[in-house]
Design a protein around this ligand. Structure first.
Ligand code: ZN
Length: 138
């Protein structure tokens, strides 16, 4: 990875840590799901509004490490307005990226978390939001 790209990814993560997107509770919500990553202590609650197969709104609350919270913020940004199957496709591609360490241009800003692929203990932190989303959509 080039130093410039690495710097850009760092800035995206810092931005989402400092100003989390879609943070808070959503009312009314059609789906609510809770996620917990015991290896780090991260906790997450996801509320979303599924209308005719489209995720028209999504919010999250939680506490835990910066990776888990930044990933949740990036996740809500990426899937708001998407259909259920599009969202699940993104979740799958993101999971694949973290397991293989290979970037995926279709994932846009989500590539900012690629550095986590090398930190094996933290992969669960980055995946928590996505696993919770999959449960919420299941
Ligand atoms: Zn964590």
């Amino acid at each position: 990875m080039s130093a410039l790209l690495e710097q850009m990814y760092k800035e995206i993560l810092l931005d989402h840590q400092r100003n989390p997107r879609n943070h808070g509770k959503l009312e009314p919500a059609t789906r609510t799901e809770f996620g917990h990553n015991p290896s780090c202590g991260d906790q997450l609650e996801i509320n979303l509004l599924l209308e005719q197969d489209c995720i028209t709104a999504i919010r999250f609350t939680g506490r835990g490490c910066t990776i888990s919270q930044a990933s949740a913020s990036l996740m809500t940004n990426a899937i708001q307005g998407k259909s259920k199957s599009e969202a699940l496709g993104i979740a799958q591609a993101f999971t694949q990226m973290l397991r293989t360490g290979e970037s995926n241009s279709s994932l846009g800003d989500l590539n900012a978390l690629i550095g986590v692929a090398k930190l094996h203990a933290r992969v669960k932190c980055a995946l928590l939001a996505w696993q919770t989303l999959e449960l919420a959509l299941g």
